[in-house]
Structure formats: structure tokens, C-alpha cells
Design a protein around this ligand. Structure first.
Ligand code: FES
Ligand code: FES
Length: 190
């Protein structure tokens, strides 16, 4: 039931609809974890600093601890539970497994969701702070380790698995399934 401080919202998560009453102050992260038991999304800092809570909103990565659940109504939310295709892992998940892109795993769901967003942004030609040629006609820059580190810099890893994480993102970038759209050529992946 809606009140002056709460509303009934319908959240579209991983292809399913969930209708629930939420206090207007409830973050998307808390709605996912505490109300819907989608605990794959992790809480680290709860203030937008660590990236552990990263999910995809309409295909764009966002930190769910800074997103109100009511503001996510009507948008397509993808969490780590929804990135695989049935039993087939997403290419980014597979690359993290293949290359040991984790240690304790606490940051991993956020790293993987963020990496999926990174590959999509890169395929669309979006520049980063370290991109040399930012002209739209220049297209996607080579996805060098420096580009990957910069684009993934919002996701911290207390275990320091960064080297393998960068390798995993580079490996996934060569898989056409990773973006679902444009393909990154092998030559673009340094
Ligand atoms: S828990 Fe959201 S950024 Fe750290
Ligand atoms: S794998 Fe432990 S925090 Fe990243």
C-alpha cells in the first residue's frame, strides 16, 4: 500500500517483474538484497566509492547504492544473476573464471557487471579519460590495458586481483557475444 513515504513499484529485473512496496528512501541495492534476496549484488561502501554494487540499468552500469528503487521503476535492471544465458556463462564471466580474475570474489559481481558495461560503451565508441583521439569519427580506441584500467577504475578490489581482471576484460572483448552488438577485433585488443 502506498503512503506519503512509500510507494508500490514494479521493478523489471533480469527479465522478470517484481511488484513491492518500498520506502522512498530505499536504495536499489537494498531492494535487491534485502527485499528480493538477489544477494549476488554486493554492498561494500554504500556510498558510491567501491563499485561492488554495480548493476546495469537499461544496459548502462550504475552503482545501485546511489540509485533509489523508486527511480528504477520501468527501467530494465540486470544484476549478476541475470547476465548468463541459462547455463551458458556470459563471456565476461567465463573470462574471469578462465583467467582467475578474482580471489575472495566479493567485488566480482560488480566487476563483471561493470566490465559488461565497459565493453558496450567501448563498442559504441565512447571515449575514456585516457583516449587519445576523442573525435566521434575516430571510432572505438584500441582497448589497451590502460584503457581497461581507466574504464574499470570505479571498481575496487581489496584482494588486488587487478592484473587478472584487466586480462579477463581484454579476453572477453574479443568475444562477439560480450557486447551483443558491435564486435571488437583482435587487433583492437592489445
Ligand atoms: S556499495 Fe555501492 S559503490 Fe560501494
Ligand atoms: S576478489 Fe576479493 S575484493 Fe576483489
Amino acid at each position: 500500500m502506498a503512503t506519503s513515504t512509500s510507494s508500490v513499484v514494479t521493478l523489471h529485473i533480469n527479465g522478470e517483474k517484481f511488484t513491492l512496496p518500498v520506502d522512498h528512501r530505499t536504495t536499489l541495492l537494498d531492494a535487491l538484497r534485502e527485499r528480493l534476496t538477489l544477494t549476488g549484488t554486493k554492498k561494500g561502501c554504500d556510498q558510491g566509492q567501491c563499485g561492488a554494487c554495480t548493476v546495469l540499468l537499461d544496459g548502462r552500469r550504475t552503482v545501485s547504492c546511489l540509485q533509489l528503487a523508486v527511480a528504477a521503476e520501468g527501467r530494465e535492471i540486470t544484476t549478476i544473476e541475470g547476465v548468463a544465458d541459462g547455463d551458458r556463462l556470459h563471456p565476461v564471466q567465463q573470462a574471469f573464471l578462465d583467467l582467475d580474475g578474482f580471489q575472495c570474489g566479493y567485488c566480482t559481481p560488480g566487476q563483471i557487471c561493470s566490465a559488461i558495461g565497459v565493453l558496450r560503451e567501448h563498442a559504441e565508441g565512447r571515449p575514456s579519460a585516457v583516449t587519445d583521439d576523442i573525435r566521434p569519427e575516430a571510432g572505438p580506441p584500441p582497448l589497451t590495458p590502460e584503457e581497461i584500467r581507466e574504464r574499470m577504475s570505479g571498481n575496487l578490489c581489496r584482494c588486488g586481483a587487478y592484473v587478472a581482471i584487466v586480462d579477463a576484460v581484454a579476453k572477453a572483448a574479443a568475444d562477439p557475444r560480450a557486447t551483443g552488438a558491435a564486435t571488437v577485433s583482435e587487433e583492437d585488443v592489445a
